[in-house]
Design a protein around this ligand. Structure first.
Ligand code: NAD
Length: 309
């Protein structure tokens, strides 16, 4: 595992002072983007078309619009081609499926992403299954999920892939460690469990969910806790033992009239409760969210590379 000089120093200081260690992710994401930029320039110099990403957005959910905008900005900063398809909430499932079939066939599209959630009248599973596995840069299709579970080459879902990169950056080893994941969604909890239990990653994994009677029974024994529940305050310092690492995936909008936007962002962990604890924790914002976008770009580049071969 690699650990940068700066992060090693922060770790040593935190241990000596017995204070919380903030696992900021922006620098990790920026480094990934910088590396991708260089790779993209080389790829294009070698005579290839720039990688391209098609993004499908249905409806006007404010959070989804923000995510899509961030993805577009990252793609443009990298010199990727970027196509966006925006539909009103009442668009039919058939229209979306026919667009996806069209994007699957197009030579100038390497990656396809459908921003979730979709309105209730559109089946997310039918839409995801329609995306060609070779262009499924979110890694949500059954083919890629199955390959991930089998430990085969695949597009790894962006959030768990970003989490692995953050653990590696901060020198947080997984081999032989007890990892507890809170949340069993197809986009975070399940793929995270599949990665952590893989040979070579070698964590012992427990997945908790809403029917888990006593979360603390599991989290207090964990070396690594990944919380992706979608509720602020799902865990606080009383759930975490000394020396553990908390990866907070949650992104929750808390109404806040004092902010220009009318809300502030909060994770699923009560961040401030960890201040005097020897615990490493990712912040929100500035945490896993930025990694997710960077990993989407990484998967899009990978898709372009595979198709160019
Ligand atoms: P989801 O709603 O699909 O799944 C939430 C899971 O958490 C469920 O499996 C549920 O059983 C479990 N859960 C909820 N409350 C719980 C509790 N009190 N105890 C134990 N388990 C509990 O959500 P998701 O799509 O996996 O997203 C989870 C959170 O992560 C959301 O806040 C979402 O916005 C955020 N998210 C962030 C990123 C990112 O890039 N940072 C990416 C994806 C999701």
């Amino acid at each position: 595992m690699m650990c940068s000089k700066g992060s090693l120093m922060t770790m040593v200081i935190s241990i000596i002072l017995c204070i919380m260690r903030r696992l900021g992710c922006k620098a990790v994401a920026d480094a990934t983007i910088e590396e991708l930029k260089n790779k993209t320039e080389l790829f294009v110099k070698e005579g290839n078309r720039a990688p391209s990403l098609a993004v499908v957005l249905v409806g006007h959910d404010a959070a989804s619009e923000t995510y899509v905008r961030k993805k577009a900005e990252a793609a443009e900063a990298l010199g990727f081609l970027h196509f966006q398809y925006t539909f009103d909430e009442d668009v039919s499932e058939d229209r979306i499926l026919s667009l996806i079939r069209d994007l699957n066939e197009r030579d100038d599209v390497d990656g396809i992403l459908v921003q979730l959630p979709l309105p209730g009248h559109i089946s997310e599973s039918r839409v995801i299954e329609a995306i060609s596995p070779e262009k499924d840069v979110d890694g949500f299709s059954p083919v890629n999920s199955g390959r991930l579970l089998a430990g085969e080459d695949c597009f790894v879902p962006c959030t768990p892939k970003g989490i692995m990169k953050v653990l590696e950056h901060y020198g947080i080893g997984t081999a032989g460690k007890k990892a507890v994941i809170i949340g069993r969604s197809n986009i975070v909890g399940k793929p995270m469990a599949a990665i952590l239990m893989q040979r070579g990653v070698d964590a012992t994994v427990t997945v908790c969910h809403t029917k888990t009677p006593d979360l603390r029974e599991y989290t207090l024994g964990a070396d690594i806790i990944i919380v992706a529940a979608g509720h602020p305050g799902t865990i606080d310092e009383s759930y975490v033992s000394e020396g553990a690492a908390v990866i907070d995936v949650g992104v929750n909008r808390i109404p806040d009239a004092s902010r220009e936007k009318g809300f502030r962002l909060s994770g699923d962990a009560d961040y401030s409760s960890f201040r005097d604890r020897d615990v490493s924790i990712t912040p929100v914002p500035g945490g896993i969210g930025v990694m997710t976008v960077a990993m989407l770009m990484s998967n899009t580049f990978e898709a372009a590379q595979r198709r160019a071969r």
